[in-house]
Design a protein around this ligand. Sequence first.
Ligand SMILES: Cc1cc2nc3c(=O)[nH]c(=O)nc-3n(C[C@H](O)[C@H](O)[C@H](O)COP(=O)(O)OP(=O)(O)OC[C@H]3O[C@@H](n4cnc5c(N)ncnc54)[C@H](O)[C@@H]3O)c2cc1C
Length: 460
Amino acid sequence: MNGAATIHWFRRDLRTSDHPALEAAAATGGVLGAFVGDPTLLAPAGPTRVAHLAASVRALDASIGGRLVVRVGRPEEVLVGLAGDVGARRVVATADFGPAGRARDERVARHLRARGIDLELLDAPYAVAPGTVRTTAGEPYRVFSAYRRAWAALDRGRAGPACAVDWLDAPGEDPSRLVDLAGSIRPDYFADLPDEPPATTPAGEVAAHAALEAFRARAERYGETRDRPALEGTSRLSPHLKVGAIHPRTVLDAVGGVAGAFVDEVAWREFYADVLYHDPASARAAWRGTARALRVDRDGRARERFVAWARGRTGYPLVDAGMRQLLTEGWMHNRVRMVCASFLVKHLHLDWRWGARWFLWRLVDGDLASNQHGWQWVAGTGTDAAPFFRVFNPVRQAERFDPEGRYVRRHVPELAHLEAPECLRPVGGLLAPGYPAPIVDLEVERREALARHAEARGRR
Ligand SMILES: Cc1cc2nc3c(=O)[nH]c(=O)nc-3n(C[C@H](O)[C@H](O)[C@H](O)COP(=O)(O)OP(=O)(O)OC[C@H]3O[C@@H](n4cnc5c(N)ncnc54)[C@H](O)[C@@H]3O)c2cc1C
């Protein structure tokens, strides 16, 4: 190809197949593939996610013969520099729909336009782009089930093939530089909680497709196994979807016909991105104003409780198992995410944003839309939220979803010698040396949560 050079600016689309934006970039000539490490976006990101990002960038680089150009700096300046290097007048990227990404893209587009360079934003990290699914009155949906129906009726497109690209080259940096940019903005209530990333998750397009293939073999059983944290019942695709090592279109094409419950979960991801798109403030504040007034604790005892929760030392085995899985694997099973989040909000009376921030810090799949709205769902302030009085009891949840205690014993070694049901319940130090006594009483705190909820409603 001899046409003019184009820059493909990789962001949350770190792959080369089923990639409409990359295909558009490659249609007119040689492509310079660039990844920009933006310090302002990486500073508040936790080390786990950035380590996975760096590994995914490295894998992409390897897949295109080492020709991905990684540079650190403000994207507008880096891109203008690269455009100068290869004589490009066109930058193509997959559109970003998050609040920070949109603001950045508007800024970058202005900056590039002033220098005669076009920024073209195409496709989405979703099967249906946020902002697309609307009611007949043109409004966004506020309830999942209605969104889901309208979403299913839309053409989500089919997965495309791998793109043929004539890659250009320019000098760049090693992707491990990205890791140094992570985590410099750290809230003080994290105290001395660990920062080092957990064991690495396989990264890159090949790993993402391997995870999809492995899941295909068990997808038919997803409905029965997805709520059992001891089993490998779910797809573990979330870290790959986060960085775009695989597109949800590809995933839905491969298994959508087999597992209806699985399609629902992918649709939740799309719904939350849509909700955040229409209401960017919901990343930081209650989506439903009614719940804004809920009184939360912030004193010294609250901070101690937060640290005990984050370290997996609450004395409630399922909560501790989940929080330790987060520490060691950087991932947590969805059922357990709900239980741990509920415990923080309803039994510890802490601000859901404290918990959400810790999750984002540790999760390899940490995603603003899914995380903040997952938390708001639990806290009773989000879309489709269950009534506030429905408080997850972590012991009953353990008995129901981990009846043999395999998940709990796997993650809490102090309980490994106990059989179920003993290992699912708070135990004294005599039975399990080194394991903490429960930090709160479930019934006392459940009543306290309900009282605070009634108080908040009264103040409206
Ligand atoms: C408090 C809380 C915080 C969460 N934080 C995140 C987060 O930061 N990032 C994230 O990707 N998911 C988050 N989730 C959703 C869910 O827990 C994870 O997506 C899921 O556990 C990932 O594992 P999997 O890929 O094996 O899921 P599977 O069950 O195989 O589901 C397939 C895909 O569907 C999507 N999905 C599944 N469940 C949900 C859900 N409830 N909401 C939105 N999307 C979903 C994910 O992209 C997932 O990879 C959170 C849920 C809760 C309750």
